[in-house]
Design a protein around this ligand. Structure first.
Ligand SMILES: C[S@@+](CC[C@H](N)C(=O)[O-])C[C@H]1O[C@@H](n2cnc3c(N)ncnc32)[C@H](O)[C@@H]1O
Length: 241
């Protein structure tokens, strides 16, 4: 492949902006395995490490783990990780990527539907951190077609994240949420709240970490304007180069 070809995204022009930042996504990207969905949904390595460092306890459940960016970061931060991803090809990629970072032995990869009874029944019961990063929409930027992303928009098999959490282990819940999320539902919840923002001020996503019991109290929707200061109360902006 010529250098020019290497700089052209193999998945098509709609993914080019993610391809251009591929070495920020994975410092070992040239040896990594990704597909189009993995490329545009994965958490960039610096951000992933910043979030993973915040996980308490020693055992993390990474729900909807994709090609493994967060699982790898959790494992690099010393966590024992159970990673659940519905697409078996992506699970194979995640396993390969974990080997690149020499943390495959810390991650139990499971190709499974996170909502299936058989998956739920087989999860470890000593999970401290339940990390959830479900799809925000079908394709790149699709979630932005909604003026606001509500809790109900982040459903897996008809279960929103709160209903799903009732069936999952974990003492703490850690979330990655779209920039247009109805963040006001967390306004009265005691939590660590971060808005990951680029140097130019572009909001990438929200992060929140709270006790499981507190997350189970969130209302289905807030009465607050999604982008208002009242809705964003308690969030601090974090810039990662
Ligand atoms: C936002 S991506 C996760 C990205 C990942 N956190 C990372 O940093 O690489 C969401 C993933 O959820 C997976 N998914 C969708 N429905 C699922 C389900 N019912 N059970 C498990 N995984 C699911 C998708 O295949 C997709 O890979």
């Amino acid at each position: 492949m010529s250098p020019e070809n290497r700089n052209t995204c193999p998945f098509g022009p709609q993914y080019q902006i993610y391809w251009d930042m591929r070495h920020a996504l994975f410092s070992r990207f040239d040896q990594a395995q990704v597909d189009a969905t993995g490329l545009y949904t994965m958490v960039p390595e610096n951000h992933a490490m910043d979030m993973a460092r915040r996980a308490g306890g020693g055992a993390t459940l990474d729900l909807c783990s994709g090609i493994g960016a967060m699982s790898i970061a959790f494992a690099r931060c010393g966590q024992q990780v159970t990673a659940v991803e519905i697409d078996p090809r992506r699970v194979a990629m995640a396993r390969h990527n974990a080997r690149l970072y020499e943390v495959a032995d810390r991650i139990d990869f499971r190709a499974a539907d996170a909502t299936a009874e058989s998956t739920l029944a087989a999860l470890p019961d000593d999970i401290h951190t339940l990390f959830m990063d479900p799809p925000w929409g079908a394709g790149p930027g699709d979630y932005l077609k909604r003026p606001v992303t509500r809790l109900a928009d982040l459903e897996l098999a008809g279960l929103n994240l709160v209903d799903l959490t009732r069936r999952l282990p974990g003492r703490e819940v850690m979330l990655r949420l779209p920039p247009n999320f109805d963040i006001g539902i967390l306004a009265d919840i005691p939590a660590e709240k971060i808005a990951y923002v680029s140097a130019s001020g572009y909001l990438h996503w929200y992060y929140a970490r709270m006790a499981r019991e507190d997350f189970l109290q969130v209302p289905p929707r807030s009465g607050l304007e999604p982008m208002s200061p009242a809705a964003r109360r308690g969030f601090v902006a974090r810039h990662i180069p």
